[in-house]
Design a protein around this ligand. Structure first.
Ligand code: F6R
Length: 611
């Protein structure tokens, strides 16, 4: 999970500020680090694979001194973790650091190489440096060159740039995805991807909006728009205590973790998509065509929220990869004497990697000779250790007891596995693979956009937070999302909530519906949309209040629902992730309105290591 720090000032303190800032961002996790400092007229770059201590070693051998610089901790996205792919990246006199994903990476690389640029790394970031350098070489100021380069980028980015041609400035830019903060001190200015990175030096900060560019110098910070026109951004004064600094300024860890999801998804997609080869590299996990074709069944095993991720994964694996897939609650799996053998694969899915029931299911699979491929968020965990293969989710530490970012990254990981199996089995044409990979690359940005519904969801929560029972309905892949919505609400607000397949409603739960039982319906477009609308009419006919989560452009839904929350449509599978955001936010706001302990709800533990 990448981190950015930048400094421009008078004293020769750039190195200390950069290393200190990078240390404060360490909690996000990273696989390499680097700094660039202007020494005299030249920018010098030092980078190292692994932890900051390695970079510190490099800097001890070859120290840097200067008053302008950039630092970065990288969590690999394009290109494997290595010194060569670590940031900062240089092109000519320009050096940059970057968080995010550039979606038109392939086209840009081809264009830049055709124009004679030599690309030294596998990263998308280096391409941005080349684009900026082309402008600088034409004599443009750094800010102008950055603005023009950014106009060529599709994707999400937060970046910091410096150039030997403009020794007194740093430039920052933001679009989608990752945040970027600029701060001003006396005769110095700071840049950070997170407030804690620069909090010891300044409490006056500006959080850049999408489309903003900032010019930092010892005189201060100037913000402009894409055309270079000044923009007025009121600085905020940060008054956090150390604990809220850890929460990144959010009121609760759960809220912070909901808003971290674009980044968590970006990190989970990571280096695994090789768009140029229309393939996926699942960290070296191998499936031969023979192995994949010989798989009789896949058993997904997990508990709670992770089991709902498995249910979403089942739709993906069966429909894309064409392999029979079962989902079992891990606590039940081994007691039902499942029929397993060497031609089966058991996939435990776990955030903590320590859940006793999931571990028991894993051991059941192993004892019966099945291959074990787990999806896990914790390295060094027991589940990871006991598996044949592990595909890690890179959600980062999840502190809130209610799982949020772990769930969406599990779904992403399962989608990667479904796609890989489908590719290996030759079930997708090149166009289909391309389309699916581009959908995946758009996902972090669309999750970021979806998070903008936060206030709308909060308003709806205010209308319904006193209700004592809720029903959540969905069909197809949205059925597990409905289950997850109900679980989130009951866990943190202590309201009774049930998740049902909408078609099941008439077989029982409809008896409960009256004006006191709000019904949250995940009514996104899809094959079963018309059927779902009639389920919804059955609710309305009984005076039930309907809160619908629908895809943009579905005007008709407003006639059938009391409240509508619109999300984007991202195809048959990934829309399930976008639909998860409103149910998370709804649970969060209802719980805060009811005054419960959101991060540590009663009776719950983050890691359940007992049966
Ligand atoms: C719900 C929640 C739990 C966990 C479950 C499995 O918000 O967090 O239901 O999903 O206890 O935990 P892991 O994924 O760690 O195995």
């Amino acid at each position: 999970m990448c981190g950015i720090v930048g400094y421009v000032g008078r004293e020769h303190r750039a190195m200390d500020v950069l290393l200190d800032g990078l240390r404060r961002l360490e909690y996000r996790g990273y696989d390499s680090a680097g700094v660039a400092i202007l020494e005299g007229e030249k920018i010098e770059v030092r980078r190292a694979k692994g932890k900051l201590i390695n970079l510190e070693g490099v800097l001890r051998d070859k120290p840097l001194q200067g008053s302008v610089g950039l630092g970065h901790t990288r969590w690999a996205t394009h290109g494997k973790p290595s010194e060569r792919n670590a940031h900062p990246h240089r092109a000519g006199s320009v050096v940059i650091v970057h968080n995010g994903i550039i979606e038109n990476y392939r086209e840009l690389r081809e264009e830049l190489e055709a124009a004679g640029c030599v690309v030294a790394s596998d990263t998308d970031t280096e391409l941005i440096a080349h684009l900026i350098n082309l402008g600088v070489r034409e004599g443009k100021e750094l800010l102008t060159a950055v603005r023009e380069a950014c106009a060529r980028l599709i994707g999400s980015f937060a970046l910091g740039a410096m150039s030997e041609t403009d020794p007194n400035h740093l430039v920052a830019a933001k679009h989608g995805g990752s945040p970027i903060i600029v701060g001003q001190g006396e005769k110095q200015a700071f840049l950070g991807s997170d407030i804690p990175a620069i909090l010891p030096y300044t409490r006056e900060m500006i959080s850049l909006y999408d489309g903003d560019f900032a010019l930092l110098s010892e005189e201060g910070v100037q913000v402009v728009d894409a055309e270079g026109r000044p923009v007025d951004r009121e600085p905020m004064t940060i008054q956090w205590d150390p604990v809220s600094a850890e929460r990144g300024g959010y009121d609760h860890f759960m809220q912070k973790e909901i808003f971290e999801q674009p980044r968590a998804i970006t990190d989970t997609i990571g280096t695994r998509v090789i768009e140029s080869a229309l393939d996926l590299d699942l960290d070296g996990i191998e499936f031969t065509r023979e192995q994949a074709d010989a798989l009789r069944s896949i058993s997904l095993v997990a508990c709670g929220t992770s089991s709902y991720a498995c249910m979403v994964g089942k739709y993906m694996i069966e429909q894309i990869a064409g392999i029979r897939c079962e989902v079992d609650l891990a606590s039940e799996f081994r007691y039902r004497q499942p029929i397993l053998g060497p031609d089966c694969m058991v996939m435990p899915v776990s955030q903590s990697g320590e859940t006793a029931d999931t571990l028991g299911a894993l051991r059941e699979g192993r004892a019966k000779g099945a291959r074990i491929l787990s999806v896990c968020n914790s390295r060094e965990s027991t589940i990871a250790r006991e598996s044949d293969d592990v595909l890690y989710t890179h959600a980062g530490p999840e502190i809130g007891v209610a799982s949020t970012k772990a769930f969406v990254t599990q779904v992403v990981a399962l989608y990667l596995i479904a796609l890989k199996l489908a590719i290996v089995r030759g079930r997708l044409s090149k166009d289909e693979i391309q389309a699916r990979l581009s959908e995946l690359m758009r996902l972090p940005r669309l999750v970021e956009e979806t998070l903008q519904i936060d206030q709308h969801v909060q308003k709806i929560a205010r209308r319904y937070f006193k209700a004592e029972d809720f029903l959540f309905l969905g069909r197809g892949i949205m059925y597990p999302v409905a289950m997850e919505g109900a679980l989130k609400l009951k866990e943190i607000s202590y309201i009774h909530a049930e998740g049902y397949a909408a078609g099941e409603m008439k077989h029982g739960p409809i008896a409960l519906i009256d004006e006191n039982m709000p019904v949250v319906v995940i009514a996104t477009q899809g094959a079963l949309h018309e059927k779902l609308i009639s389920n919804l009419q059955q609710v309305r006919a009984r005076d039930g209040h309907v809160i619908a989560i629908a895809t943009e452009g579905d005007e008709k839904i407003a006639e059938e629902a009391n409240e509508v929350i619109y999300i984007k449509d991202l195809g048959d599978f990934l829309t399930s992730i976008l639909a998860t955001i409103p149910v998370q936010l709804f649970a969060y706001h209802v719980a805060t309105l009811r005054g419960t302990d959101v991060d540590q709800p009663r009776n719950l533990a983050k890691s359940v290591t007992v049966e």
